[in-house]
Design a protein around this ligand. Structure first.
Ligand code: OXD
Ligand code: MN
Length: 582
């Protein structure tokens, strides 16, 4: 393998971090098994008797979610990181990192993990190399990406370097802990001008698996703007109607708002079929025919476990039967996993996510942000085109959030510019996916708030610009599965029943379903609700007073972006205000 072109960088990191050993990952199954066996010996992983080649582990209780407050975009100018990102000058951040990373891997093995985001051979795929001292990260990267030295074969240059350390050097003979991390000194820094990533102090999920949020969203969004494409926090699904016609859709919802469930939906309407291309990230390019095409840069799912059951997501349950890593779920005495909402009572003797006997008085058995990491190829509804190097053609873009009130079940934008306004106006109740106050309503434009690698105002402008490039643009929709009635109960059953909404979108994009114009967009004139007891009028209701408050709120939010706020979106806001007051 020719790694000479990467060697200088690897040598630099070795000299800085001073690991005891260096391991170049070949990405083989044998390597995976060897590392997993080592981690079992060190008591970090526990093999699960009930699930072949699967393991349970739990993190440090202080390292359970993405840490947005420690995540930085280090552009030359502060304004280019924008008002929604933490910023630090690149030179200053490099100084801080030098101190943090100096000798940080002493006593540990440094793993060099080359990986490809996107199908091998796709013109849209990109290469990264993550250097990490966490074997847990290596195993996750093996599942989540196309990983190993062979992916560097025949490549010249052009990779995104990422350096990750748990931030806990070991003295000679010092006993390691099962989940080393350094919460007091956490830092996740992105250098958009260098396309590089540095992450320190956390071993968890998006903080540590650098291919995911750091590369495929924050760095990729910057590259996408430069190169004329889109890197989005979106699922990609294929949907086939009873006549055998198939379309693809993408949907952006904030973290832990049901992207995985929608991407793997089991339709309740006879004859309809959904297949999954991806559940979290989409890279979108215009094809030669002018249409927008999507690839999934990832190769696995890092899904939220609690709430996943045979009822809510049977395809996910099938996917995680083997070759799966479980982090911070509960463990049963007979070698299986358990979490709240799995569909069965907690068995006696349950071990909680904290690693000891579960005491229900002290909180849930599984952490609310507990995850499974499983290969996409094990999904029974993995789309046959999911590995197509050209991607799949997109007919509809869907935005949504978790909103207990105000937002109707589904509506359609009037045109692209209005659709971009809908994306910019997404707000959602916070979930356990990030550290923060659960349930608090926050703006999360395009579900990209924690993931946009540059000024969000410029990002809006980029979306508007993309709309000028093509005639075959997808239509744009907004959904809300989470609206509640006066009794506090959800108005919509969700999950497999969401196919009824997808059906309307499918038919709208063929000009077959009818709609009624409302001040906020087109609402369905009818939805297929056969066999369902739902108050359609209530769930589609547009309350003028509520929406006037929404406009006021958006008016002050948009002011955050000052002169980077595109005037086209302010025009959309004025248009909405006018339509509401007529
Ligand atoms: C994720 C997230 O893990 O969005 O996908 O937090
Ligand atoms: Mn996500």
């Amino acid at each position: 393998m020719n790694i000479s072109q990467y060697q200088t960088w690897i040598d630099e990191i070795v000299a800085l971090c001073k690991p005891s050993r260096v391991h170049l990952c070949d990405g083989s199954e044998e390597e995976y098994d060897r590392i997993a066996a080592l981690m079992v010996k060190q008591h970090t992983l526990i093999p699960l008797k009930k699930r072949p080649s699967s393991f349970w582990c739990h993190s440090d209780p202080d390292d359970v979610a993405r840490v947005e407050e420690c995540t930085f975009i280090c552009s030359e100018q502060k304004i280019d990181a924008g008002p929604t990102n933490n910023w630090c000058a690149p030179r200053e951040m490099h100084e801080r990192l030098k101190t943090l990373f100096s000798g940080c891997m002493q006593g540990r093995t440094m793993y060099v993990v080359p990986y490809c985001m996107g199908p091998i051979g796709s013109p849209y795929s990109k290469i990264g190399i993550e250097i990490t001292d966490s074997p847990y990260v290596v195993l996750n990267m093996k599942i989540m990406t196309r990983m190993g030295m062979p992916i560097l074969q025949g490549r010249s240059g052009g990779f995104v370097p990422g350096v990750h350390s748990v931030g806990v050097p070991l003295k000679p003979h010092q006993q390691d802990v099962p989940w080393p991390c350094n919460p007091k000194q956490r830092m996740i820094a992105h250098f958009p001008d260098e396309s590089s990533i540095w992450s320190f102090g956390s071993g968890y999920g998006g903080n540590a698996l650098l291919g995911k949020k750091c590369f495929a969203l924050r760095i990729a969004s910057v590259l996408a703007r430069k190169e004329g494409w889109l890197a989005e926090h979106m699922l990609i699904l294929g949907i086939t109607n009873p006549q055998g016609q198939k379309k693809y859709m993408v949907a952006a919802f904030p973290s832990a708002c049901g992207k995985t469930n929608l991407a793997m939906l089991t339709p309740t309407l006879p004859g309809w079929k959904v297949e999954c291309v991806g559940d979290d990230i989409a890279w979108l390019h215009f094809g030669a025919d002018g249409r927008l095409y999507a690839i999934n840069p990832e190769a696995g799912y890092f899904g939220v476990a609690p709430g996943t059951s045979m009822k809510t997501n049977p395809n996910a349950m099938q996917t995680i039967r083997k070759n799966t890593l479980f982090t911070n779920v509960a463990r049963t005495l007979d070698g299986d996993v358990w979490w709240e909402g799995i569909g069965q009572e907690a068995p006696p003797g349950l071990i909680s996510w904290l690693g000891g006997p579960w005491d229900p008085k002290k909180g849930p058995a599984a952490h609310p942000n507990a995850r499974f990491t499983a290969p996409s190829s094990q999904n029974p509804i993995y789309d046959p085109e999911a590995e197509n190097p050209q991607g799949v053609p997109i007919s509809a873009v869907i935005f949504g959030g978790r909103r207990g009130s105000v937002i109707p079940l589904i509506y359609e934008s009037f045109h692209w510019q209005h659709g971009v306004f809908l994306g910019a106006s997404v707000s959602s109740e916070m979930t356990a996916a990030a550290k923060g106050k659960i349930g608090t309503l926050r703006h999360d434009p395009f579900a990209m708030l924690p993931f946009c690698g540059y000024n969000m105002g410029d990002y809006f402008a980029h979306w508007l610009e993309m709309g000028k490039r093509s005639k075959g643009l997808p239509r744009i929709y907004y959904v809300n599965w989470f609206r509640k009635g006066a009794d506090g109960q959800y108005l919509w059953p969700g999950f497999g029943e969401n196919v009824r909404v997808l059906k309307w979108i499918f038919e709208r994009t063929s000009n077959l379903a009818s709609a009624e114009q409302s001040p906020i967009g087109y609402l369905p004139a009818a939805l297929d609700l056969s066999g369902l007891d739902v108050d359609l009028r209530e769930i589609l209701r547009v309350d003028l007073a509520d929406w006037q408050r929404e406009v006021q709120e958006l008016t002050s939010y948009f002011q955050l972006f000052k002169d980077r706020m595109p005037s086209a979106l302010l025009e959309e806001l004025r248009g909405l205000k006018q339509r509401l007051s007529l």
